[in-house]
Design a protein around this ligand. Sequence first.
Ligand SMILES: Cc1cc2nc3c(=O)[nH]c(=O)nc-3n(C[C@H](O)[C@H](O)[C@H](O)COP(=O)(O)OP(=O)(O)OC[C@H]3O[C@@H](n4cnc5c(N)ncnc54)[C@H](O)[C@@H]3O)c2cc1C
Length: 400
Amino acid sequence: MLKTGSVDIAVVGGGMVGMATAVGLARSGFKVAVVDPVQPQAPSGEPDLRVSAINRASERWLRQLGAWDHLPAERLGPYTAMAVWDKDSIGKIGFDAADLDEPNLGHIIENRAIAHALWQAAKRHNNLTIHHTKPKAVALGERDALLNLEDDTLLSARLLVAADGANSWLRQQAQVPLTFRDYGHHALVATIRCQRPHDQVARQVFLPEGPLALLPLADPHQCSIVWSCPPARAEQLAAVDARAFGQQLTAATEARLGTLTLESERATFPLTMRYARDFVRPRLALVGDAAHTIHPLAGQGVNLGLGDSQALVNLLAQAGERDPGELRLLNRYGRARKAAAQEMLAAMDGFRWLFDGSNPVKKGVRDLGLNLVDHAMPLKKRLLSHALGLGSQSLVSWNR
Ligand SMILES: Cc1cc2nc3c(=O)[nH]c(=O)nc-3n(C[C@H](O)[C@H](O)[C@H](O)COP(=O)(O)OP(=O)(O)OC[C@H]3O[C@@H](n4cnc5c(N)ncnc54)[C@H](O)[C@@H]3O)c2cc1C
């Protein structure tokens, strides 16, 4: 039998970005529905393969949403410094939280832990309901939007938020064109044990084949790795036995953390740059990976998505009685977040170009550049505060 429901805003996708948006909107007084068939489980046992480097701006937002306190403290990996270097050369740069008088530069956290914490925070709001199913049809009308769910609920809302990830069903249904480009890399992720303690330093080495990141976990001898390289190389790295993998990893990192050993499965993800041509339509807003996906080399994907959620929530909260699905209002969000995503995409392209391959001229330029920046404290501080999300303006005002 058909059930019906009516809300102010329906969010399709209750992952990290979708649930942050939903909780933020519920806190602001909107009646919200989230549609997602998957409920995140509390993390337990060995660390998950999927982790994110959560910057200070995202931490602040998660605190405001009441989610941070639901994160298990013993599973958080704070990092107080970053070390980046170019393999087989003198090029290097280091960042330290102390340079900005910050306690740390961010935390390495399992994606599942973040999503679970947000779902816990959602329980506090009785104006937020969760539908554990998928939508099967959508209609974007002039006055409202209708979502027909697989459990035969018909939901009407004044605004739909697409937060259903990189292959967003809702974005496709709304026929929002997508610009995309294969990065020519796969990311291999795994958990590893390091002989020497990581000392809460996030490390990244640029190899001729692509960047390799060692992200410090809560255990002082455990890191999560993201090894980006051409697909054939990723396939080979995923297939070799654990011993050979550990040896190749130790060699690639110049044994800076001593001998490295594999402690988990290995998983690979193809990396694609995606960018929705429109972030908003009448009665529709795109957030997170539904709007953009970027190379993980700077660990900024979900930070950018959480920035989207904060910007959208703030805009709608400030708009008072205005219709949240009105295009003129949503355009303010669309313009601001497209600019933020474009800036990030361009930065990733610049990095990728500069660090791609071992052309001696390029290598010379990047080594010189890295070392110059390493010694230019004001510039370094600016780069750092940008990476922490402290320098960017993520708020959008509707009456600007
Ligand atoms: C290897 C790798 C490493 C990364 N490392 C970092 C990092 O260090 N830092 C960082 O900031 N970012 C990182 N990222 C990027 C980050 O993982 C993503 O940006 C982030 O997961 C996007 O979150 P999201 O909530 O937008 O989408 P998702 O996490 O994909 O969530 C989408 C949600 O929508 C639901 N869903 C899907 N389809 C439907 C449907 N039809 N109906 C209803 N619900 C649906 C899913 O169940 C899910 O809950 C990395 C990415 C990769 C590939």
